[in-house]
Design a protein around this ligand. Structure first.
Ligand SMILES: [Zn+2]
Ligand SMILES: [Zn+2]
Length: 368
């Protein structure tokens, strides 16, 4: 099976469109014709060499498409089913069995080894050369790919795959952090630090929970305008020298009940802690690059303040992602407003637009 794939041949490089041969699915794998894939900050971290996955490589970890073929052991999806591909987990380690699959002991190997779950074989070959695929066990920047069955989720046929491609990582991470981890109640105050896809999804979930007031913080004025349109009661530019004072004034009382840090920035995390009320919680979901450190004034975490992180919204993806799709389809989670579509071959332009803040969520559309 031949397919077009966006290949990264060297770290910090540019993607090139090349033809790869896709392997047959193993017993616990699914071959998917990818119709759309989200582009995420983690793909940029991979391009820039922050993960152990060697080049040449095919990234992409928010695939949406149609099942073409399933392995012998696969029963929950069948050819013709529409699916999205979520973060992989082994299902067998202590964290997976405790219901916390986003902290899977084997996650790093499954996401970044470049090898299939068997730990030996690759998904793609190009000109006789093995290509590192299986990024998050899906490498959705290929128009046909192999995914781990366990993290492949069947979705309704009437749901638009080109919007659902925003869900597996970005929307899941933000909405999951709010709905699964922070669990705010109506009337709780909420501050979103960073409103890319993750921060926006968290803010939309906070609105769904009835949080009030909701304050959004970001460097980009057009994002702040969209945030006000979609539910933020007030916004502050992250570059404001009086950021903490202004946010505290907007929240009123003793400070914020909940903050979500989705910028992956030490300054934003510090500000998120400083605007909290006593017993408030600041949760880090931003994708911080390895080596990034934060400094906090120690007294800011007294008075019962909680600083915590979470990976991928602590979601049980087979249960939680269909719930997010239902919320989107019923108009309660307007994630389509965050998405801009690009042709598969325009992946470099999509990445540049995301980096410059021109696009919140880039979704590639694959031609077939
Ligand atoms: Zn596991
Ligand atoms: Zn991601």
């Amino acid at each position: 099976m031949l397919a077009q794939a966006a290949l990264m041949r060297e770290p910090h490089g540019h993607w090139s469109m090349e033809t790869v041969t896709v392997a047959e699915p193993g017993p616990d794998e699914v071959r998917v014709r990818v119709l759309a894939s989200g582009v995420c900050q983690t793909d940029m971290h991979a391009r820039d060499g922050f993960f152990p996955m060697p080049c040449p490589a095919v990234y992409g970890h928010e695939g949406a498409g149609i099942v073409e073929k399933v392995g012998a052991g696969v029963t929950h999806v069948a050819p013709g089913d529409h699916v999205i591909m979520a973060n992989p987990s082994c299902g067998a380690c202590d964290d997976c069995r405790a219901g916390f699959e986003t902290y899977c002991t084997n996650a790093a190997r499954l996401k970044f080894s470049g090898l299939r779950a068997d730990g030996r074989s690759v998904s793609f070959v190009c000109d006789g050369q093995p290509i590192h695929g299986s990024f998050f066990q899906q490498s959705s920047f290929a128009a046909v790919t192999l995914a781990m069955a366990r993290s492949t989720i069947r979705v309704p046929h009437d749901a638009p795959l080109e919007v659902l491609a925003a869900i597996p990582c970005g929307v899941n991470a933000g909405a999951g952090a709010v709905l699964n981890v922070l669990e705010p109640k109506a009337g709780d105050s909420y501050v979103a630090f960073g409103i890319g896809t993750v921060g926006f999804a968290g803010m939309l979930a906070a609105r769904l929970c009835g949080c009030e007031p909701i304050v959004a913080v970001d460097l980009f004025e057009d994002r702040l305008a969209l945030a006000r349109e979609l539910g933020a009661h007030a916004t502050v530019n992250a570059g404001d020298p009086d950021l903490v004072t202004k946010v505290r004034r907007l929240i009123g009382g003793r400070g914020a009940r909940f903050c979500l840090e989705a910028a992956g920035s030490p300054q934003a995390l510090r500000a998120a802690v400083e605007v909290l009320a006593p017993r408030g919680t600041a949760c880090l979901v931003g994708s911080a690059r390895p080596g990034a450190e934060v400094s906090l004034e120690m007294k800011t975490i007294q008075q019962g303040r909680i600083v915590r992180g979470c990976i991928q919204g602590e979601s049980d993806v087979q249960r939680f992602l269909p719930r997010l799709i239902e919320l989107f389809m019923s108009g309660k989670l307007p994630i389509d407003r965050l998405v801009r579509h690009y042709p598969h071959a325009a992946i470099n332009e999509a990445a540049a637009d995301m980096h410059a803040g021109r696009t919140i969520k880039a979704v590639l559309r694959m031609a077939h």
